[in-house]
Design a protein around this ligand. Structure first.
Ligand code: ATP
Ligand code: TZP
Ligand code: MG
Ligand code: MG
Length: 268
């Protein structure tokens, strides 16, 4: 059974503490894929929700003190109960508050996956990189080395997205080149991917199985985006955004195998 089929048959509960820009799009994307989204923020309940979830996705997109505390409580509970944790460090590097917050979170929590653009991931590990708000700016460094360094340093899987995507545990590294430029015109395209990775992490076993599951998550999302673009590119980003939800629901393992572009560049 492919990881996608496992997601659809197990319908994992994905606890999201996300930002107020993307919450409905994220919940709809998870539902379309075949997972079960749960957005819960109250300090009184986040530990309980995280414990019962298949994965917890933590996103600092519109952070404030209350959200950061909710993220810490949910993350601690997930760690205590061996629930996979995905962190999306939205805008790390854009302000000192964001950078300090993500650096505190990676010190306190054990992550399963860190997913961001290159600037965000660089700032999580203290490497300078230009960032413009929540979008990656121009930088000089080598994206693959930054991903591998971050994965080794944080002892987790790191996904750096962009025109092509890097997925690495620090020792085994994959490049995927599915996706479409229209994804850059839809706010929340990265945040939804982080939650889709959460759904695939929920059904992965620790170790290589988890890495393979995350690679499939990233590529599945990219193939769905290509299918959506093929149907709507002439209309524009609004139609594309809706069609992406349709294609997340319609993508099959065989369509995935036909279109996935995955290359392993490091490790056995
Ligand atoms: P940013 O704020 O820098 O846009 P993000 O959090 O939105 O970051 P992205 O890097 O845009 O995340 O990744 C979200 C999705 O968009 C991924 O599936 C990625 O492969 C895809 N993507 C991003 N840029 C491109 C591009 N130029 N061409 C094709 N796919 C892209
Ligand atoms: N501002 C704060 S969070 C957010 C914006 C625009 C959404 C960012 O979503 P993504 O997935 O990084 O484009
Ligand atoms: Mg983007
Ligand atoms: Mg983002």
């Amino acid at each position: 059974m492919s990881y996608l089929e496992r997601v659809r048959s197990l319908n994992p509960l994905v606890h999201n503490i996300t930002n107020l820009v993307v919450a409905p799009f994220t919940a709809n994307g998870l539902l379309a894929l075949g997972a079960s989204p749960f957005m819960a923020y109250a300090h009184e309940e986040v530990a309980d929700v995280a414990r019962m979830a298949g994965a917890v996705v933590l996103n600092i997109g519109t952070l404030d003190k209350k959200v950061v505390q909710a993220i810490r409580l949910a993350g601690q509970s997930a760690n205590a109960h061996h629930v996979p944790v995905v962190l999306d460090p939205v805008g790390a590097g854009a302000t000192t508050y964001r950078t300090d917050t993500v650096q505190m979170l990676v010190r306190e929590l054990r992550l399963t996956v860190l997913r961001g653009n290159v600037a965000e991931v660089a700032h999580v590990i203290g490497v300078p990189w230009n960032i413009k708000g929540v979008d990656a700016g121009v930088g000089e460094g080598d994206r693959i080395s930054i991903a591998e360094k971050a994965a080794q340093q944080l002892d987790c899987i790191v996904v750096i997205t962009g025109q092509y995507d890097i997925i690495t545990d620090g020792y085994h590294t994959f490049l995927t080149s599915n996706g479409h430029a229209l994804l850059t015109q839809v706010t929340g395209a990265g945040c939804l991917l982080s939650s889709v990775i959460g759904a695939f992490a929920a059904i992965g076993e620790p170790g290589r199985d988890m890495l393979n599951s995350v690679v499939e998550a990233v590529s599945t999302y990219g193939v769905a985006a290509e299918q959506a673009a093929a149907r709507t590119a002439h209309q524009g980003p609004g139609s594309f955004q809706i069609e992406l939800l349709n294609q997340l629901a319609q993508i099959t393992p065989s369509l995935f195998s036909e279109h996935a572009q995955i290359r392993q560049i490091r490790g056995g």
